[in-house]
Design a protein around this ligand. Sequence first.
Ligand code: NDP
Length: 275
Amino acid sequence: MVSTINQPYTTLSNGIEMPLLGLGVYDMHGAEAEQAVQDALETGYRLFDTASLYENENEIGNALRNSNIARADVFVTTKLGNVDHGYDATLRAFEKSLEKLQMDYVDLYLIHWPVKGQRKESWKALEKLYNDKRVKAIGVANYLVEFLDELESYAFIIPMLNQVEFTPWLFQGELLQYCQNRNIQLQSYSPLTRGLKLGDPRLIALAEKYDRSPAQIVLRWNIEHGISTIPKSVSKKRLQENFGSLNFKLTADDVAFMDTFNENFRICDNPMEML
Ligand code: NDP
């Protein structure tokens, strides 16, 4: 993947390159979603994270197709819906996603949620899609250490990426270490806590120290850890602000300080319920 935009990329375990920062597109639809993708492309974003659950694969595909950016220069993730688990159902769901995106491959296909009793067969289907070269990389989402251990017992292919909720207020050090040890790229979702923790006085103090916004400090904290992150925004101003997290650094001490903010704070359901 070639980009003229100066931004950090990570190399997945199978050699595929992926930008560290991307746009999450949950909860945007129609013209608003198409405009957000267009604005993001103009800002420099090259990674887009959608899912069949978000019901906007069509719009995301339209916006990317109508842009002047080559398909090979963008990285598109989509996900298997919870209602589509099982070997054959997964293969069918994948074709439906491709059709909606109007693409002949996706860069990354993820199991959205470790659905009890079905995740093994679904992973086997993802392995087939990968072996058949229908996807550049495969991975999982919401897989805690227990789920990754289980997957390792039957998988031929170890996921290239694990997308989980991960913020200073939900600092999962053991999971980060586990993924790093196995060369599984960690990617954080809801990195901005949907705004709920951006007023934390410790974060505000850091924002003042670096003359940056609270959102930029949190996103930069991810980048310093080597964690890919996918903040969502439909505002061009905030898209630019979030992308601006790529052009400054935090000290190691400040990163370590932010690691201590942990209070097991979650926006989304705790995947442990699926064990
Ligand atoms: P985020 O933490 O990214 O927060 C998004 C919210 O914050 C929006 O309301 C947005 O508003 C606002 N916002 C964006 N930028 C700023 C800023 N600089 N300052 C203040 N507010 C800001 O939440 P999401 O839950 O959307 O997570 C991001 C992505 O992660 C999703 O879009 C999706 O792709 C993925 N995800 C995956 C899940 C999974 O199970 N795998 C679960 C949840 C999310 P506005 O748009 O108006 O700017």
